[in-house]
Design a protein around this ligand. Structure first.
Ligand code: TTP
Ligand code: MG
Ligand code: MG
Length: 392
């Protein structure tokens, strides 16, 4: 009897708490819906430096700051500008414009040479600042990155506060300004970072996305270049609000899968995650040993420690599914190095043993440094690789 009673009581209790949970869930969902918020809202910051190459040159030579100034090739030959400062933009000077044409628009324009080493160094410094806020960083080019700060507790989780702090730190440490967009998805954050350029911040809250995106001209949707914008305009679509009325199937027939993306963006939707592995080509770990590893046995013993570190890094970069090759790097005690690679692997210890044996067979010398890594698949960059035009 007692047993029966107990069971009955437990079931009733379970049912009661189940019911409570259901009611609670309903209330939470209802409130969420009423406020129009998604319960799993991401917090994305998009950062883009202002007239990046020119800003670095102005920092190093402040006399260029208030005059029209550009970075690029000489007007003789086929020199082209990479970018120009904002005073030059007032004359209609733009990136990728032939220098000769820019000088016709603005005869007093001063043009300086490209110093890629400096820009790369500045880009690395920016990244070090981003890393204080999150590991989820997706660089799009030297001056631009998405940051997913959804899981950061800094500033009580305020992405706006984080963006302002990042902007202030970059200004202080690098001596240049960057603009930031803050929203709950990549598309809106990217558009927002351009909104108050230069030296600006724009926040678009989840509640504001609907109105904000409706008014956007279609040409501001990333991926819509001049040709697509023209086609869309001829079809009668000037703004995202126009696109919302479009027949999705017709757009897909006309633009392929990008047609479906267009409709998503028109509603301000973008569910792409910030992908730190996207532009990386490899992930690796290495160690220089205090004492040379005298023989193969000593080298093989180090493999498992290296592999544990490597796996942690691959995990952190969310890159498990994009591994394409494994490689081993060996530096011998005569300071020569060799690298051995193997394609089509998931980076198992057996792969690394095989590669290490092959590498060690190349020189009968003690080993100073051992490294192991993976080469990873890189998706096509959203912003096309910025190439330095001919003549620079
Ligand atoms: P952008 O961020 O597109 O431009 P920007 O930083 O110069 O100016 P904005 O304030 O509008 O962001 O590009 C970053 C750098 O990339 C730019 O400083 C120079 C280089 N670049 C080229 O080399 N060629 C190009 O066609 C463009 C657009 C940029
Ligand atoms: Mg920029
Ligand atoms: Mg940029």
């Amino acid at each position: 009897m007692l047993g029966d009673f107990d069971t009955d009581y437990t079931v009733k209790k379970w049912r009661r708490s189940g019911l409570k949970l259901l009611i609670l869930g309903y209330i939470v969902l209802k409130n969420g819906k009423q406020k129009g918020v998604c319960l799993n809202t991401r917090k994305i910051i998009h950062i883009d430096a202002d007239c990046f190459y020119a800003a670095i040159e102005m920092r190093d030579d402040p006399s260029l700051t208030n005059i029209p100034f550009a970075v690029g090739g000489s007007p003789s030959g086929r020199g082209v500008l990479t970018t120009c400062n904002y005073p030059a933009r007032a004359f209609g000077v733009r990136s990728a414009m032939p220098t000769a044409q820019a000088l016709r628009l603005c005869p007093q324009l001063k043009v300086g040479p490209v110093n890629m080493m400096k820009y790369r160094e500045a880009s690395k410094e920016m990244r070090r600042i981003f890393e204080k806020f999150t590991d989820l960083i997706e660089p799009l080019s030297l001056d631009e990155a998405y940051l997913d700060v959804s899981h950061s507790d800094l500033y009580q989780g305020s992405a706006t506060h984080m963006a302002q702090t990042i902007r202030a730190e970059i200004r202080e440490k690098l001596g240049i300004t960057v603009s930031a967009g803050v929203s709950s998805n990549k598309f809106i954050a990217k558009v927002a970072s351009d909104w108050n350029k230069p030296d600006g911040l724009k926040v678009v809250t989840p509640e504001e996305i609907d109105l904000f995106s409706a008014a956007l001209p279609v040409k501001l949707i990333p991926g819509v270049g001049k040709v697509t914008a023209h086609k869309l305009e001829r079809l009668g679509f000037q703004t995202c609000a126009d696109l919302r009325e479009a027949d999705r199937n017709k757009l897909v027939r006309r633009f392929g899968s990008f047609g479906a993306t267009l409709v998503e963006r028109a509603w301000g939707r973008d569910d792409r995650a910030v992908n730190p592995a996207r532009n990386r080509k490899s992930i690796s770990v290495e160690n220089t040993y205090a004492e040379d590893l005298e023989n193969g046995h000593a080298c093989f013993e180090k493999l498992s420690d290296l592999l544990v570190d490597l796996m942690l890094r691959i995990d952190k970069a969310n890159a498990k599914n994009v591994v394409q090759k494994a490689f081993v790097k060996i530096k011998f005690n005569d300071f020569s190095s060799t690298t051995v690679e193997k394609a089509g692997t998931t980076a198992r210890i057996s792969d690394y043993r095989e590669l290490l044996a092959e590498g060690l067979a190349r020189k009968p010398l003690p080993v100073r440094l051992l490294g192991i890594g993976v080469r990873i698949e890189t998706a096509g960059a959203e912003q096309l690789e910025l190439h330095i035009p001919e003549g620079l």
